[in-house]
Ligand binder design. Structure first.
Ligand SMILES: Cc1cc2nc3c(=O)[nH]c(=O)nc-3n(C[C@H](O)[C@H](O)[C@H](O)COP(=O)(O)OP(=O)(O)OC[C@H]3O[C@@H](n4cnc5c(N)ncnc54)[C@H](O)[C@@H]3O)c2cc1C
Length: 312
């Protein structure tokens, strides 16, 4: 069986399939630590994507897996408390999957940073992506999987190589599948030395510029931006400066934190996530792409669904 892609989707599918006993080879154009997945913050969080019912199932299954993974210190997953807040009134109607957050409660007024009018506090899985991707690679290879740095030129090449192909190419699906519905939503992040922060913060907004920070031991990943239809992967200093300014306004200790790295990734935007089977030149192509800004959150649920589709 061939899996295309070694971001969080391809690797998680690889793990689930290899651990179920399938011989699996992953082909990837980029090393796992150079994918969009490596640039993610990342947190498991409510995902307002389509198809809504499937997304609720994927989010729920992933929550259970990440919660279990948090017991293994080497996984890069840790249950972490923090705040999700908005500059407008959020109201009492929370997304269904937010009920999975065991200690979810409204922020008191003094728990909200200046300029924010409502928010929630709760403990969620935070995922230190570079470490987590390493963990997935080790688990995949430990189950007998083979990882090859080797781009796939066409779906016909993939179908000639394997009777079952799992397509986890993220924004690359636009070209490989010829799916014009896939588009990049560019993100940029700044990694700083942790000045002592142990809680996450995420601004809830529809705006393309927001404040978010997630601590991972001695580093904190700051965000964020979401620029639709932008393919460029160069780091933009003015974008990093804006991210730092917005985060420091919420958490002043971040103002002078030493910058360790800057990251860029292209979220695979699509009107709805695609997980389905296509018959292609005698092979089955199982598509799994288009997870937008929630690919980590959905990863285990989608991988289990892919495995169900493989089983037929
Ligand atoms: C700044 C930022 C912050 C984010 N924060 C979060 C968060 O907190 N929580 C969350 O859930 N999500 C978050 N996301 C979104 C998440 O990162 C993505 O949804 C997810 O990484 C998509 O994973 P993927 O495996 O589908 O794609 P990718 O990580 O892009 O991997 C695609 C893989 O396919 C390979 N590929 C593509 N084309 C080919 C080809 N022709 N042949 C071979 N290989 C190919 C690539 O080399 C790569 O290995 C964030 C994203 C960004 C940019």
């Amino acid at each position: 069986m061939l899996v295309i892609g070694a971001g969080v989707q391809g690797l998680t599918c690889g793990v689930v399939l290899a651990e179920a006993g399938w011989p699996v080879r992953i082909r990837t154009a980029d090393r796992p630590r150079e994918t969009t997945s490596a640039a993610a913050g990342a947190m498991w969080g409510p995902a307002q994507l389509r198809p809504a019912e499937r997304v609720l199932y994927w989010v729920t299954r992933s929550h259970a897996e990440f919660t279990a993974l948090a017991r293994d210190e080497g996984s890069g997953v840790r249950l972490t408390a923090g705040r999700m807040a908005a500059r407008f009134e959020l109201g009492d109607a929370v997304p269904t999957e937010a009920r999975l957050i065991p200690d979810l409660r409204r922020c008191t007024r003094d728990e909200l940073p200046e300029g924010f009018v409502s928010g929630y506090r709760g403990t969620v899985p935070l995922i230190d992506m570079p470490r987590y991707l390493d963990h997935l690679v080790a688990r995949f290879q430990g189950a007998g999987g083979e990882l090859q740095l080797s781009p796939v030129q066409t779906l016909a090449d993939a179908a000639a190589e394997a009777s079952t192909v799992v397509n986890c190419t993220g924004v690359g699906a636009r070209e490989l599948v010829g799916d014009p519905g896939v588009h990049p939503v560019r993100g940029q992040g700044v990694v700083v030395r942790n000045p002592g922060i142990d809680e996450y913060f995420v601004e809830l907004t529809d705006s393309g510029e927001f404040a978010a920070f997630m601590p991972h031991g001695d580093r904190v990943v700051l965000g964020g931006v979401a620029e639709a239809q932008e393919w460029k992967l160069d780091v933009r200093p003015e974008v990093s400066a804006g991210i730092r300014r917005r985060c420091a306004a919420v958490e002043p200790r971040l103002a002078d934190a030493e910058v360790l790295d800057e990251l860029v990734g292209l979220r695979p935007g699509r009107e709805s996530v695609r997980v389905d089977v296509e018959r292609y030149e005698g092979s089955r192509i199982i598509h799994n792409y288009g997870h937008g800004g929630c690919g980590v959150t959905l990863s285990w649920g989608c991988a289990f669904e892919v495995a169900d589709l493989v089983e037929g």
